[in-house]
Structure formats: C-alpha cells, structure tokens
Design a protein around this ligand. Sequence first.
Ligand SMILES: [Zn+2]
Length: 310
Amino acid sequence: MEKRSQRSERKHHKSFKVLNITLLLACLLALVFLSFMLVDKKIISLTNQKRTVNSQSKVTSTKKVEKTTNNSQPKTQETNWVKQENPVKVPILMYHAIHDMAPEEAGNANLIVSPSVFETHIKRLVDEGYYFLTPEETYKVLTDNVLPNGNNKIIWLTFDDSLWDFYDKAFPILKQYKTKATNNVITGTVGNSGNLTLDQMKEMKQSGMSFESHTVNHPDLEYSSQEKQIAELSDSDRYLDSNLAQDTIAVAYPAGRYSDTTLNLAANNYKLGVTTNEGVATAADGLLSLKRVRILPTTDADTLISTISQ
Ligand SMILES: [Zn+2]
C-alpha cells in the first residue's frame, strides 16, 4: 500500500512538473508574441508617419509648382527681392479692348488691339525674360525699391473697363504664355452684356489674373463732388473686396482724370493709383498718380520693347 501511494505521489509530482513547464512555455510564447506585436505596431506607426510626411512634402511641392506655373519666372525658386541703389522704374502697360475691330467701332479704334498683335507683345515680353508683376508686387517694388531676382525687366500689364474680350480673347493668350495681368473693373457694369461677369473674374483669378478698381460708374472724378468721389472710390473697393474675397489695393481713374482732392480721397481706400499720363512709373511720381504706357493698335513688339527698355 505504502509503495503504491509513494508511486502515485511521484506520478503526481511528475505531472505537476510537466504542467509547470507547459505553463512556462506558454508564458514565454505569449511574451514573444506580445513583443512581436509591439514591434509590429511601432513599425506600422513609423511607416504611417513616413507616409504622412511624404504626402505633406508632396503637397508643398505641388503648391510650389502651381505657384511658379502662374509665373514666367524661374520654375524652381521663390522670388528673391534684391534691393536697388537707383530708383526702380516700372513700365505699366495700359490696354483696353483686345479683339478684331468691327467697322462701326472706328471711333474707338485707338482703344482696340487685335488679338494677333497682342500675342506678339506677350510672346516678345516672355522671350525677353520680363517678369510680370501683380499689383501687390508692383507696390513692393516701388516702396522697397527692389527687383525680383535682381531682374530689371519688370512689367505690370493693366486693362481698363472690364470688357468681355478680356476673358474671351486676352485671357487665353495670357494663360498660354503663363503671364499675369490686371483688369480695372467698372463695378457697376459687372455682368452686363459686353462686360465681365463675377464668375469669369473668379475663374481668371485662379490663373493669376487680378482685378482692381475703375470706380462704380466711370465718372470724371476731377469734376465730381467730394461725396460722389468718396462713393465711387469706396463702393467699388468694397464690392471687389467682398465679391472676390480680396484686399483691393489699386484704382485706375476713369479717363485718367483726377484732382488733388481725388488723390487725397483715393488714399483712404488704395495704395496705388494709375493714370493715363504717359511714361514709365517711378515712386517719385507718387504711388497714387503713376504713369502708364498707352498701347495702340499700331504698337508693334519692337516699339513696345524700345519704349519700356531701361
Ligand atoms: Zn475706363
């Protein structure tokens, strides 16, 4: 009997040992499994981080590309504004209509440039390496006396009267050559037949075009009352600010007419004012009374370049 119970005890011991070893092994296995899981998770979160970083850098690089494709400047670098010793001169071109003139338009002939002539201007400016300024960049150039990348071939293209053909005729050419231009809008005419619509302006803004003020009703500001001038200057500013979600900084005086009162009032709403006084603009002329270069139907590319060369 005793021997028997001793034997069964030994057997018990043995099975305990087996159980313990099995448990130990199971624990070890579980530990190994858990640590694998943790390492795995770390790897996953690391690759996720990498992926986010990658996609972020992709976003910034496409942004850069988008920015530079709106520009005729070197595609790889941001504009570097280089301080100048001598006062910087800015040729501000003045266009109105871009279409082939109909016979009944002979009275306005001087304001109408054909699309084919317009294209020779743009192509030549691009070939010569001109930097097309935005209104904000023009302000920067004139106030800080700087040049983009030290390039003295700068130009600001302006169009007055927000006519239909800016969208139909000029915009396709400006876009094709990756250039920029500004249209000075008579805000009271937006959406009328023969004039730009808000949707067209919003679309063109996406491609680097800009829209500034040419008052609400195109009056002769020089001989308008102060109240009328205040309304024309500030209402058009407010209209463009709210409808195009922007800060409007420039005004073109209708028919180039203004008085000292006009300049004082314009300063309440604008940083830049463009006139029809002939010449290349400098800060010395006053930021609210800048000269422009009038473009005629007969202005060929050679004449244009020699007029604006500095
Ligand atoms: Zn006008």
